[in-house]
Write a protein that binds this ligand. Structure first.
Ligand SMILES: C[S@@+](CC[C@H](N)C(=O)[O-])C[C@H]1O[C@@H](n2cnc3c(N)ncnc32)[C@H](O)[C@@H]1O
Length: 249
């Protein structure tokens, strides 16, 4: 028993992520609307690159009969997830590198009704992401869904992209000046916590400071998912910078 307030860490992770994406909860809501619409209110879910398990948290609050497997590689975020969901038999966490060809073998199930992910797969370049989409297609049951909410850039609209980016960063700068914690500040706090310090040091050994991929367009994601074996794929929500892509097997 550590006495760590896991719910407080969970909330502070959410606040930090919301600095980048003020509409983060809205995308989670639409994601779960589409889960309900396509696979119903008792899904078996894979929360891919789950971090602290924010998607799993929203899923179980809304659909108490759902179950979730969270998979991630970050030992500090997984420590928060495991602390926060301790004792909840609906949830299992797995440590795996999504670039490891054998990662899916670590999962407790062969198939899922829904594979859900947010703000994570932009860490992978298109080539490993194409491989991952092929593996995900193998994990989603027929009639099941995959959803990815992430930063996706349409290279055909450079002026729109530059304008929205400038506006987004101006807002972030104002909020930062008012004291919001950014990614680096948040990790500095985790590194000072007696329980999180060790897994935080390990996560920096694994990832370094940053790991950005090439962030292809929504169309690329839809085409790649169809090529991987999904029958339909399109955006079901978008903000000026991000897209929620839904694919049905
Ligand atoms: C910005 S966080 C988002 C976490 C969570 N989905 C959320 O919305 O709060 C990105 C996550 O992707 C995970 N991730 C990135 N690359 C990964 C990889 N190769 N294998 C497993 N997880 C990975 C990171 O560890 C991190 O937890």
């Amino acid at each position: 028993m550590t006495g760590t307030d896991w719910a407080a860490w969970q909330r502070s992770w959410d606040r930090q992520q919301e600095w980048y994406m003020p509409d983060r909860e809205e995308r989670f809501r639409v994601m779960l609307d589409m889960v309900e619409a396509l696979v119903g209110p008792k899904p078996r879910v894979l929360d891919l690159a789950c971090g602290t398990g924010s998607i799993t948290d929203r899923l179980l609050q809304r659909f108490p009969e759902a179950t979730s497997t969270g998979v991630d590689l970050d030992p500090a975020l997984l420590a928060i997830a495991e602390g926060y969901f301790a004792g909840d038999e609906r949830v299992t966490f797995v440590t795996a590198d999504l670039k490891d060809p054998a990662w899916a073998r670590r999962l407790p199930h062969d198939t899922y009704d829904a594979v859900l992910t947010a703000t994570a797969l932009h860490w992978l370049h298109s080539e490993p992401l194409t491989v991952l989409y092929g593996q995900v297609a193998g994990l989603v049951r027929d009639g099941g869904v995959f959803m990815n909410a992430d930063h996706m850039i349409d290279g055909a609209t450079p002026r729109i992209n530059a304008a929205e980016r400038a506006r987004r960063h101006a807002r972030m700068d104002r909020e930062k000046a008012a004291g919001v914690l950014d990614w680096a500040d948040w990790w500095a706090l985790a590194g000072e916590d007696p329980v999180l310090a060790e897994p935080t040091a390990r996560r920096f050994e694994i990832y370094g400071e940053h790991a950005d991929g090439d962030m292809p367009s929504p169309r690329w994601h839809a085409d790649t998912l169809r090529a991987a074996g999904f029958g339909e794929a399109r955006a079901v929500w978008a903000s000026p910078s991000d897209t929620l892509l839904l694919a049905v097997k």
